[in-house]
Design a protein around this ligand. Structure first.
Ligand SMILES: Nc1nc2c(ncn2[C@@H]2O[C@H](COP(=O)(O)OP(=O)(O)OP(=O)(O)O)[C@@H](O)[C@H]2O)c(=O)[nH]1
Length: 821
């Protein structure tokens, strides 16, 4: 009967349970059962004592075991043996003894006293193993090492081909080293540098250092785990820095000691050697390898670990400095060159080298030399700086004049349209261009709609020439506008000049480009008279003073006076008298009654019945009668710059103007005055068409190279470097006085050029016919008189005889004439 059964039966019966608790343990009332239990107890005790090893157990322990195993003797014996063995292991060590390491069962049974490593090394500080025990500490690793950060796994693990190759090579090297005799440093020599060990007070230092030296020097000191070795090295260097490499007494960690010793064994060790130590610190590495026992438990550090913590095999300079410095040296030396040297920018940078190589590969010329002197003269370099790259332009070296003569062309003529403000100049030219289909109908319709939109519908034709927004908004021409049209005989260039007095300088510029002039007069009542008092006469005088000999008078707005013939003849008479007085020959003066707005007598004869009395030429017929104008083709090049502009990709810098004299071609070098700067003609256009050359009388655009735009201004003169125009600060001129003249401030105009100056002296008044002096040094010159005067300017300007100049003062033209010297 078992206790389990009893409990199960009487579990719900409290009385029975209580009886059980009060029972004195295990008691069976059955004598037969008692005898059998006693027999089992004796058997177990017998087997425990007679077994190997003999175990003693109490009767209670045996009875308890038998009760658990249902009187099974064998199981009870095994149970008690195991229990006794555990009690032996758990038994606390006796005072003054060392606990033993758990040993395999076979060891326990074989050794009466279990082996204790701690006890074995009791007389040795940690890792300071006595010399005579060195061979005993070779312990094979229990498990194959894997290759993480430590290289390939060693014996027992799965070895890669690379690791196997490395191991074979390593083995071969060690065998080779062992075969060759080499001096072994004596313990005495090692004892001569105790300060390097850093533990003078420790008597175990010398032997421990010897072992560690060999451990660290074996296979370039890489037997330590990379992280440990690197960290140790860094920490040792750090300590060395703080301790100044002198005595490092007292306690150091084992890693620090290892690192210090390892550093000392390297060629060119980082630790400052004491006197007389140089010889030893310079011991070749191979020597260390020979004397070291092969305790190669660790693999070489990986490249990654070397970069991170530094390569312990490298001679580390400046160990006195911080470990960070040492690490940076290692990292910067990855590519085999010392990049810590400052780059002085004297030579091409690495980027330059690459770019130059790429350029060379593509066939481009290298922009930088492959090597340069390290010393660069920065001052000289600044002088060599240029804004733009020099462009070399090939010239065709044409004989321009012979080329010009070869070409059959229409005669060319430029005329300037002058007259009082609102006389109808722009409208008349718009009509001319429209009727000659020089402007398409769609554009005209567009202008008409836009002009009507802003309430200036009557100016639609004027917009053909007045392109500026301000001009269109104000209904006034501001700057000269050029346009072109052709008849069967002639290629015309129109220069539409402003009539308003504020823009007379622009009119002068326009007149300087003209072969003849068209004077527009408003025939409407009152406007003709006001025009006479205004710019009608001034303009006529100016163009004559500027050399214009032919003038066509367009009596405009005849529709407003019902084509009144008397009105026309009145105007004709008055203007004719004036023009003749101004120097125009009667044969070069013509009058045409017309209406620009309606197109009567412009390109077609008027169909108005009131206009039937006029049977003369239309405007276009009159223009076509102009004789060809001769130009100074064979004289030195002269062209006044009318405009400077920057624009397209192919022509970043351009100038426009009319060639006054000479010729030019693409590739020519030209001189700009007054700056004296030279430029190259990259390309040119004649009348908006590309050309290779151009001659005097043509309106051209020059696309330039090799010059900075700051040297180009409108009014400057283009000339050939071989025959430059002179810059003058004073000149003598023969002028026709429009106003009273005396020593006074004036503005000097020549084409687009106008500069401030003064009449410094009146030399003499002259006879109009012969030019002979009438009165020397007069105090004043009356209007209409001719005089020789001296003009001075505040700045030097390019001028030469026989330039036509205009003098203005207070917004009025006071004189115009020819420059003499
Ligand atoms: N009735 C009439 N009006 C005209 C005629 N020609 C021009 N006009 C008008 O006169 C005004 C001035 O014309 P514009 O052509 O601008 O005169 P402009 O001489 O060019 O003016 P500025 O260049 O500013 O001096 C406009 O309203 C024209 O419509 C014409 O033959 N008959």
């Amino acid at each position: 009967m078992s206790r389990h059964r009893m409990k199960t039966v009487s579990y719900d019966d409290d009385d029975d349970y209580d009886d059980y608790e009060e029972d004195d343990g295990y008691a069976s009332p059955d004598p037969e059962e008692q005898a059998r239990l006693e027999q089992c107890i004796q058997d177990v005790l017998s087997q425990l004592r007679g077994g190997e090893p003999s175990v003693s157990a109490s009767r209670e322990e045996v009875t308890e075991a038998l009760w658990h195993y249902y009187n099974d003797v064998t199981k009870s014996v095994n149970y008690i043996r195991g229990k006794k063995a555990k009690e032996v292991q758990k038994q606390p060590p006796k005072k003054g003894t060392v606990s033993s390491y758990p040993l395999p069962p076979s060891w326990s049974s074989a050794c009466a006293v279990p082996f204790s490593a701690a006890e074995f090394f009791r007389d040795s500080p940690w890792l300071n193993v006595p010399e005579h025990r060195k061979a005993d500490i070779i312990v094979e690793p229990l498990h194959p090492r894997l290759g993480l950060l430590g290289g390939a796994p060693e014996a027992g693990g799965k070895v890669s081909k690379l690791a196997a190759l490395a191991a074979a090579r390593k083995k071969k090297e060690s065998e080779k080293v062992a075969a060759s005799p080499s001096p072994v440093p004596t313990p005495k020599a090692e004892e001569q540098k105790p300060e390097e060990v850093g533990d003078n007070n420790n008597p175990a230092s010398a032997p421990s250092r010897s072992l560690l030296e060999r451990l660290s020097s074996s296979h370039n000191g890489r037997q330590l785990k990379p992280a440990e070795g690197g960290l140790g090295g860094l920490r040792a260097l750090g300590k060395g820095s703080r301790m100044g490499g002198a005595t490092a007494p007292t306690k150091k960690s084992s890693l620090e000691k290892e690192a210090e010793i390892r550093a000392q064994t390297k060629p060119g060790s980082v630790t400052q050697p004491a006197k007389g130590e140089e010889k030893e610190t310079a011991v070749p590495q191979q020597q260390d390898e020979q004397q070291a026992p092969v305790v190669n438990m660790m693999a070489s550090p990986s490249t990654f670990a070397t970069i991170i913590v530094g390569d312990a095999t490298r001679p580390v300079a400046a160990a006195q400095s911080s470990h960070l410095k040492v690490q940076s040296v290692d990292v910067m030396d990855i590519y085999g060159q010392d990049l810590t040297e400052a780059f002085d920018f004297a030579g091409p940078s690495p980027d330059d080298l690459v770019l130059n190589a790429q350029s060379s590969a593509k066939g481009f010329k290298s922009k930088q030399p492959a090597s340069k002197s390290k010393k660069v003269d920065l001052t000289g370099g600044m002088n060599n700086l240029s804004v733009e790259e020099k462009v070399s332009i090939k010239s065709k070296n044409l004989d321009v004049l012979s080329e010009y003569k070869k070409v059959e062309r229409k005669k060319a003529a430029s005329f300037v349209v002058i007259g009082h403000v609102d006389a109808g100049k722009s409208t008349l030219m718009g009509r001319l261009l429209a009727d000659l289909q020089a402007v398409d109908a769609r554009t005209l319709e567009k202008y008409r709609r836009e002009a009507e939109k802003i309430g200036k519908g009557s100016f639609a034709l004027a917009w053909v020439l007045d392109q500026g927004s301000e001009e269109r908004a104000r209904g006034v021409t501001i700057d000269i506008a050029t346009n072109k049209f052709e008849t069967d005989k002639t290629a015309f260039t129109i220069v539409d000049a402003p009539g308003h007095r504020d823009f007379v300088p622009n009119m002068i510029a326009g007149a300087s480009q003209a072969d003849f002039a068209v004077l527009v007069i408003d025939a409407s009542t009152g406007n003709f008279e006001s025009g006479l008092k205004g710019q009608t006469k001034e303009h006529a005088l100016l163009v004559r003073s500027m050399g214009v000999q032919k003038i066509v008078v367009a009596v405009n707005k005849m529709d407003t006076v019902e084509w009144d013939r008397e009105r026309f003849e009145e105007i004709e008479q008055q203007i004719s008298s004036f023009l003749t007085a101004a120097g125009f020959q009667p044969k070069n003066i013509s009058f045409i009654p017309l209406s620009g707005f309606h197109g009567d007598n412009v390109t077609r004869r008027s169909e108005a019945p009131q206009a039937a009395w006029y049977q003369g030429r239309t405007l276009i017929e009159e223009l076509d009668t102009s004789e060809p104008f001769s130009h100074a083709l064979e004289k030195p090049l002269r062209m006044t710059i009318a405009d400077v502009f920057r624009g397209g990709v192919q022509s970043p810098l351009s100038i426009s103007g009319r060639i006054d004299a000479g010729s030019l071609q693409v590739g020519d070098q030209i001189l700009i005055m007054p700056s004296g700067e030279k430029a190259s003609i990259r390309s040119l256009e004649v009348d908006s068409a590309p050309a290779d050359w151009a001659v005097a009388g043509q309106n051209i655009v020059l696309n330039l190279a090799n010059i900075d735009p700051i040297h180009l201004r409108s009014g400057d003169v283009v000339c050939s470097p071989a025959s430059p125009i002179q810059n003058l600060t004073s000149f003598t001129t023969k002028v026709l006085a429009f106003e009273h003249l005396m020593p006074m401030l004036v503005d000097i105009h020549r084409g687009r050029l106008h500069v401030p100056g003064r009449i410094s002296r009146v030399v003499a008044t002259l006879d109009k016919g012969s030019g002979a002096p009438v009165k020397k040094r007069p105090k004043i010159v009356a209007p209409g008189a001719v005089a020789r005067i001296v003009v001075e300017m505040d700045q030097a300007v390019p001028l030469e005889a026989p330039a036509r100049i205009v003098l203005r003062a207070g917004g009025n033209t006071v004189a115009a004439g020819l420059l003499e010297s």
